[in-house]
Design a protein around this ligand. Sequence first.
Ligand SMILES: NC(=O)c1ccc[n+]([C@@H]2O[C@H](COP(=O)([O-])OP(=O)(O)OC[C@H]3O[C@@H](n4cnc5c(N)ncnc54)[C@H](O)[C@@H]3O)[C@@H](O)[C@H]2O)c1
Ligand SMILES: O=C(O)C(=O)C[C@@H](O)[C@H](O)[C@H](O)COP(=O)(O)O
Ligand SMILES: [Zn+2]
Length: 375
Amino acid sequence: MTDETPSRRTVRVELGPRSYDILIGSGLLAEAGREIAALLPKARLLIVADERVDDLHGAALRASLDRAGIGHATMRLPSGEPTKSFPHFEAVVDRILEERLERGDAVLAFGGGVIGDLAGFAAGVARRGMRFVQVPTSLLAQVDSSVGGKTGINSPRGKNLVGVFHQPALVLADTDVLETLSAREFAAGYAEVVKYGLIDRPDFFHWLEAKRGAIFAGGPERAEAIAASCQAKAEVVAGDEREDGNRALLNLGHTFGHALESVARYDAERLVHGEAVSIGMALAHRYSVRQGLCPGQDAERAVAHLRAAGLPTRIQEIPGSGFTLDALMSKIAQDKKVVRGALTFILTRGIGQSFVANNVDPAEITRFLEAELAA
Ligand SMILES: NC(=O)c1ccc[n+]([C@@H]2O[C@H](COP(=O)([O-])OP(=O)(O)OC[C@H]3O[C@@H](n4cnc5c(N)ncnc54)[C@H](O)[C@@H]3O)[C@@H](O)[C@H]2O)c1
Ligand SMILES: O=C(O)C(=O)C[C@@H](O)[C@H](O)[C@H](O)COP(=O)(O)O
Ligand SMILES: [Zn+2]
């Protein structure tokens, strides 16, 4: 349920004893200290910060914590997907221990999804589990990665292959910080917004078609889109916290997308996560058309919206080489949704009519990708 005021929205993630609020709105960085002190009295914090975000917004966050009398230390990490790796994970855990943070203290993730996933994983395992607060600063992190408790790092064998489910205690999404996000990263985050419409909210997709300009321009529709996305994700997570069933819908576009990111070696010059998801969703729609599941016009409409947002929808748009059939199929075989060797994909019967398809034939996917690569 969203609690709406002009400047602040609250979405609750209902998970029994692990329930928490997502606060969305302007000026939240300045209020972070007060919100955290109310929830975690006397806790000390390790702020795990993306360097770029820390340079831009770290002083405002720390001033707010100081006003609330919260003790804190900051660990700055390089921006970019390669930071979601074993060496950085070890360094964060070590810093938590070096600071002598106790179980009752907390880790604060300050950055995009990379920092949120990494810091959340470290908090999930240090001292067998500490509390953590998400302060997401990219659009993607505000609409998706800060919510739902999937945390982890990448392995050289594939994306997000090491991690734990560990829910945050609080999410503070200050919409003002999005003003410093690059246009490319904003568009990448928008891919995950579109995802919610394409999964099972056709009305939201139609609303996005009408409001995309206002959302990109920073009108009030932006916070509305963020809150609607968090609400959509909160409902799925509340129904299936550990992806035993329908949570897999949130993976629309990700089996293809993760393979593309991994083959591109997580090089942000070539491809970032949201762009990979955009291409992956386009592929999932085109594959559904090929299988006779989805009307061609629905797939074209989904792809047209992604393209209008400045997002890529074909593998050939990724700069550089390496996207061979073998490379992609070997990454797809490492997907976490594989069951006894059989592939699982999120397919669709039309806009907002996605479903979990088990037992997808790898030979069919191979033939489809062959055609895509040759197109
Ligand atoms: N756990 C989940 O449920 C979940 C969901 C979706 C994505 N993810 C993961 O999230 C990651 C992608 O997240 P992302 O797109 O935020 O990437 P990111 O963390 O790399 O951030 C993107 C870029 O934006 C910069 N940035 C962030 N906030 C900024 C701001 N306010 N101003 C200026 N620059 C800013 C960062 O420095 C970085 O260069 C991937 O690793 C993906 O696998 C996880
Ligand atoms: O929260 C989820 O569940 C998702 O699938 C959200 C995705 O956008 C996100 O990229 C997630 O990290 C992918 O999960 P994975 O289990 O495929 O690694
Ligand atoms: Zn994603």
